[in-house]
Design a protein around this ligand. Structure first.
Ligand SMILES: C[S@@+](CC[C@H](N)C(=O)[O-])C[C@H]1O[C@@H](n2cnc3c(N)ncnc32)[C@H](O)[C@@H]1O
Length: 282
């Protein structure tokens, strides 16, 4: 069978099962060490039997066992950086790459060229901290998570990417307050799904619930972070959150409660959903 034949074979299966053929293409590319161009160059090559078995066994884990491709490979790419993932961390999402882009943009606007301390609350795989520290050398990153298992993965990813990040285990800002640390930028993509919301069964099955769900209509972490943020923030400062697309109104209420004099902007993601809140205190 050729690579073209293999993709055709699974194209219809993906349609039937509402899965993504792009995910299968990624598996083939990664397991065959192809980039996009070399894959096209070999599109009509016959695949050796041994290799075909390896590819089909990986593809079947996705189409039959519904295991995410990132878990089959053991890694993903985030903002161009290779990030290990496991059952202990959320698979970083493309909306979070947008969040990183906005942190860099607002850093340029408010702090351009200055050295800043940045905290990443609920770091999971470490993806946000790694991307920021690699993209902007003026940022010193400190990341926290309540999950010791997630922090093991995050530390591995920092080493893998040669990123200099300090990690603390603990509840939201608590370890930072206890260590009397101060920051210019606070970024967080905390758990934000309300437990009554409908969630893709594949996400429920494969991703840590600690990374997904939060009390108070999914707003509990934002409330706690904003309540304590003044204890760890310098002035000026930027607070920037990723959140659920239905949380605009609740987010604005929290901003009004804790930072009524701030400049606040809610930004839509590339799919047109309210996704990122930026709070600037000058
Ligand atoms: C939605 S995931 C985001 C992971 C990563 N920042 C990303 O964007 O891919 C939320 C993370 O927050 C962590 N978390 C949940 N509750 C927490 C708490 N009370 N304090 C600190 N971290 C928490 C979870 O373990 C998880 O790693």
């Amino acid at each position: 069978m050729t690579y073209r034949g293999l993709l055709n074979k699974y194209n219809s299966i993906c349609k039937e099962k509402n899965l993504e053929i792009e995910a299968i293409k990624l598996l083939i590319l990664e397991l065959s060490n192809f980039d996009g161009a070399s894959f096209l160059a070999h599109y009509d090559d016959e695949i050796e039997l041994d290799k075909l078995n390896v590819l089909e066994s990986a593809i079947c884990k996705y189409v039959n066992d519904f295991i995410p491709v990132q878990h089959i490979l053991g890694y993903t790419y985030f903002y161009g950086y290779k990030i290990k993932v496991s059952k202990d961390v959320l698979i970083p999402r493309c909306e979070t790459e947008e969040l990183v882009g906005y942190v860099l943009e607002y850093y340029d606007e408010i702090f351009k060229g200055k050295k800043v301390n940045v905290c990443d609350i609920g770091t999971g795989s470490g993806a946000i901290s790694i991307a920021l520290s690699k993209e902007e050398p003026n940022m010193t990153l400190i990341a926290t998570d309540i999950s010791s298992d997630a922090l093991i993965v995050a530390k591995e990813n920092a080493i893998l990417n040669n990123a200099n990040i300090r990690f603390y285990e603990g509840d939201l800002l608590q370890p930072l307050i206890e260590n009397n640390l101060k920051f210019d930028i606070l970024v967080s993509n905390p758990p934000y799904i309300d437990k009554h919301d409908e969630v893709d069964p594949l996400v429920i099955k494969n991703e840590p619930h600690l990374a997904l769900f939060a009390d108070d209509l999914g707003m509990a972490c934002y409330d706690k972070i904003l309540k304590d943020a003044s204890k760890i923030l310098n002035t000026p400062n930027i607070i920037i959150f990723e959140h659920g697309y239905k949380q605009r109104k609740l987010m604005l209420e929290l901003v009004d409660k804790y930072y009524p004099n701030s400049e606040c902007e809610i930004i839509k993601d590339l799919s047109g959903n309210d996704r990122i809140t930026v709070i600037i205190n000058k």
